[in-house]
Design a protein around this ligand. Structure first.
Ligand code: SF4
Ligand code: F3S
Length: 215
């Protein structure tokens, strides 16, 4: 990923090439972003090659593959209807390989670190749910971990953005909060070094770590 590597251009491509040739079966592939498949994949190219071509070479040679974020999981925003580039996630771009799906838009850095640490400590990926997401992050409903839950149970709901209930931190269910149907650990791991999470920020959950949430 040239954005986060010290090297760029030929040096970054050279690092990839060296790992593929010398470390086959001994590296973890982390894929970020959707993979366009229309017109031979030409809508995303890196170093003169299509992303489709790259993942199909790299992922089968990896010890494990992680799809990081909503786009790498199921196409995300890029793959939402009408999806003009026919963008897909990793498991559809490279059929047949095992993929761990770290959903979220964006992916959560704490969960990524936990996933990689688990792999390094135990030599295998953690238990997954039916969507291929780690259970440690998806075992519980957001609703069951939410700090506004007491307001839900007591029937205290925000009815309009900026009303008195909103100012008092009441439940956001009537404003469209998806917490009762979405599973994720964002209420506990939070974002930006545990500063906050969407419901604490007063917006309600849009289920960003759920399957095809953009649609
Ligand atoms: Fe549930 Fe959302 Fe209300 Fe929290 S704000 S209690 S997640 S409906
Ligand atoms: Fe995403 Fe909803 Fe959590 S929008 S970060 S799953 S509160």
């Amino acid at each position: 990923h040239e954005t986060i590597m010290a090297g760029a251009g030929k040096r970054a491509e050279g690092a990839l090439r060296r790992v593929l040739e010398e470390e086959t079966g001994r590296f973890v592939a982390v894929v970020e972003g959707a993979i366009p498949t229309a017109d031979g994949g030409i809508h995303c190219t890196i170093g003169g090659r299509t992303a489709l071509d790259i993942v199909r070479e790299v992922c089968p040679k990896a010890a494990a593959t992680i799809a990081m974020g909503a786009c790498a999981w199921d196409g995300g925003f890029v793959g939402a209807d009408p999806n003009p580039t026919r963008a897909v996630g990793v498991k559809d771009a490279v059929p047949g390989i095992p993929v761990v799906n770290m959903g979220g838009c964006p992916a959560n850095a704490v969960n990524m670190a936990a996933l990689l640490t688990h792999y390094l400590a135990f030599g295998r990926m953690p238990a997954l749910d039916s969507f291929g997401r780690p259970l440690f992050a998806h075992a519980s409903l957001i609703h069951d971990q939410c700090e506004r839950r007491a307001h839900f149970d007591a029937g205290r709901f925000v009815g309009k953005w900026g009303d008195a209930g909103h100012a008092k931190g009441w439940c956001l269910y009537r404003m469209g909060c998806k917490g009762p149907v979405a599973t994720y650990n964002c209420p506990t791991v939070r974002w930006n070094d545990q500063t906050s999470w969407p419901v604490k920020g007063g917006h309600g959950c849009i289920a960003c770590a759920s399957h095809r949430f953009w649609d």
